[in-house]
Write a protein that binds this ligand. Structure first.
Ligand SMILES: NC(=O)c1ccc[n+]([C@@H]2O[C@H](COP(=O)([O-])OP(=O)(O)OC[C@H]3O[C@@H](n4cnc5c(N)ncnc54)[C@H](O)[C@@H]3O)[C@@H](O)[C@H]2O)c1
Length: 430
């Protein structure tokens, strides 16, 4: 088949590459001239090594071509962003723009697949009307929603191996879409209707958000009770039907914190639990700041070094990361903040070039993201650069004893020492 991909980001680019390597003729189109230019120059803009290798292979076959406009094809895959706008409501303007661009190329009989994560009902209530407005009878094409479920860090493997939910506007549309995915997916292919597929995707991320909220609430509760939340969770998870996720400094990325809002926004009176979970998770950066304030007085421009800017471990993506919120909160409380992350890209508050410059004269270090590389940090070496010796570990990642031996006061999220210690901070210079 000839396939045109709209949106060459984390999802569209590797998916287009997979399709090209499966033998399809793929036109990759992105509205961003910069994205197109970087791909033509061979570099690509996604850091994940397996993605870069896959894209290079696909480009080398000549079956993946970067194009400057939406090129007519047998099938169209829409992989455009679906962020929340500043008012917290889903921004579906990219989806509408894609529908309009495709409509102008249609001759009848094409397959159009919406892969972007969308509020349930979007295909029927946004996409179809956009086609109609452009003079297209939606019954003259096959329409499906096939949500993407990959995890950054393992995109290539999961694109191939994950099962896919294939929601057709009509049953025959699902069958058409299934045939396309069968050409590169080894996981199960499950056909359903479009709105069900839309809800399944959003519910998957909502499940994780609610479960993380339980872990986060438990972490704060355990601090009050004086027990170790990490041990509580580990032991509770020994139960065959319990699987509590890990607490942390907040939920980041452009999926898990966003998707539950798609439901809350459209159904405010039937999503009480979902909205509460969102609030619990959104409050976690405030809690981390509170842990720091227990040991380092605020309002005196004291320096705090944050380790990690991406939204989760070992990925470069810093969109919606808890570190963003932490920087703003620490600054509001009168601290000076330095952020070090050797992996993250595009962090809007800027990054220190190395660990030393972040730690220099800092009063406290806060471990925000558990990048594997941070395990190599030597507490003595870092401590020698700092003015104070406080470590707040928001992931229970570091070997606390090792840091204590280096003279650090260690407070970890969800651990009994965290709240029991009180304001014991000692300024190194005193
Ligand atoms: N990244 C993930 O891990 C992931 C996982 C599952 C689902 N999703 C969903 O997939 C969708 C895409 O996410 P992403 O991470 O690939 O986004 P992205 O921001 O990395 O890439 C989207 C690309 O689309 C381009 N674009 C915007 N409007 C366009 C248009 N009208 N025509 C052509 N290109 C256009 C942008 O320039 C951008 O390069 C979103 O709905 C997201 O929620 C992402």
């Amino acid at each position: 088949m000839t396939v045109t991909i709209l949106g060459l980001g984390y999802i569209g680019l590797p998916t287009g590459s997979m399709l090209a390597l499966a033998g399809h003729e793929v036109n990759g189109y992105d509205v961003s001239a910069d994205v197109r230019a970087r791909l033509r120059a061979g570099a690509g803009h996604i850091a994940e090594l397996e993605v870069r290798t896959l894209v290079a292979q696909a480009l080398a076959t000549g079956k993946l071509r970067i194009v400057d406009d939406v090129t007519p094809a047998d099938a169209y895959l829409v992989c455009v962003p679906t962020p929340n706008a500043s008012d917290g409501r889903p921004d579906l303007s990219y989806v509408q723009a894609a529908a309009k661009a495709i409509a102008a190329r249609l001759r009848g009989g094409e397959l159009i697949v919406l892969e972007s994560t969308v509020p349930p009902g979007t295909l029927e209530r946004i996409f179809v009307p956009a086609l109609r407005a452009a003079g297209i009878d939606p019954d003259s094409v096959a329409l499906a929603h096939c949500p993407e479920r990959v995890i950054p860090g393992a995109i290539v493997r999961e694109l191939r191996e994950n099962s896919r939910i294939i929601g057709g506007r009509r049953p025959q549309d699902a069958k058409r879409a299934r045939a396309l995915y069968a050409s590169f997916v080894t996981g199960g292919l499950f056909e359903t209707d479009a709105t069900t597929a839309e809800l399944v995707k959003v519910v998957e991320n909502t499940f994780r958000d609610v479960n993380i909220a339980l872990a986060n609430e438990l972490a704060v509760l355990c601090e009050e009770l004086g027990v170790d939340a990490w041990e509580v969770i580990r032991l509770a998870n020994e139960h065959p039907r319990v699987n509590i996720l890990s607490p942390g400094p907040g939920v980041g990325g452009h999926c898990i914190p966003i998707d539950p809002q798609f439901l809350a926004d459209a159904h405010p009176f039937t999503t009480e639990l979902i909205q509460t979970a969102r609030r619990v998770n959104a409050r976690m950066p405030n809690h981390i700041v509170r842990l720091v304030r227990d040991h380092v007085p605020s309002g005196e421009r004291r320096k705090i070094a944050l380790l990690g800017a991406s939204y989760k471990a070992d990925v470069d993506d810093s969109r919606e990361s808890p570190t963003e919120r932490l920087v703003a909160l620490f600054e509001e409380h009168g601290y000076e903040v330095a952020v070090y992350d050797p992996i993250a890209r595009g962090f809007k508050h800027g990054l220190c070039p190395d660990l030393e410059s972040a730690a220099q004269d800092a009063e406290a270090i806060v471990l925000v993201v558990n990048h594997a590389i941070f395990a190599t940090i030597e507490p003595e070496r870092v401590g020698a650069l700092m003015r104070g010796r406080v470590l707040v570990d928001a992931r229970n990642f570091f070997d606390a004893e090792k840091w204590r031996r280096a003279g650090f006061l260690v407070a970890a999220l969800g651990k009994r020492a965290a709240r029991a210690l009180g304001p014991t901070y000692q300024h190194a210079a005193l």
